[in-house]
Design a protein around this ligand. Structure first.
Ligand SMILES: [Zn+2]
Ligand SMILES: [Zn+2]
Length: 157
């Protein structure tokens, strides 16, 4: 189905350690083992848009001595070097997204799955009245509703 394909267009780069390290170095970040691991975990769970806590739990499985503070430091560094971005979908904790293509987020209110819809937001054609004097540097688009799976299950709200 057309819609089905449109839902997840982002294919994370391969997750082998060497590829991940090259990616970090390219972004001007020293590829320490902790940074590589945190980035790897996020790439592996791109669909979930995990929180720092969730990333910590995953990272700990591979590196039991990693601390929450280290995970936060790594995430900060990755954000600053434009490898990942922070996002807020609900009142819950910050989530992280490794998809740096322009995209909108869709949160399923039933199962909590987050989908990325790629595309270009054109603020002046969005239907919102953006006065000419305002220079828009970033548009963040968050949608909520029901994903196809939940719609199919006949969830009524
Ligand atoms: Zn995303
Ligand atoms: Zn759903």
């Amino acid at each position: 189905m057309e819609d089905e394909r449109a839902r997840t267009v982002f294919v994370p780069p391969r997750r082998e350690r060497s590829v991940v390290e090259a990616h970090l170095a390219e972004a001007g970040l020293r590829p320490t083992s902790q940074r590589s691991l945190v980035y790897e975990v996020l790439l592996g769970h791109a669909k979930e848009h995990p929180t720092a806590d969730e990333i910590f739990i995953q990272a700990k499985q591979e590196k039991p001595d990693i601390s929450m503070a280290t995970v936060y430091n790594c995430l900060d560094a990755l954000v600053r070097h434009n490898l990942i971005r922070q996002m807020h979908l609900d009142r819950a904790a910050t989530r992280y997204c490794p998809n740096m293509h322009e995209h909108a987020h869709f949160l399923c209110e039933e199962c909590g799955e987050v989908s990325d819809f790629e595309g270009q937001a054109k603020p002046r054609q969005s239907g919102f009245k953006v006065p000419r004097e305002f220079k828009v540097t970033q548009v963040e688009m968050n949608m909520r509703g029901l994903c196809p799976d939940c719609t199919e299950k006949g969830v009524s709200r």
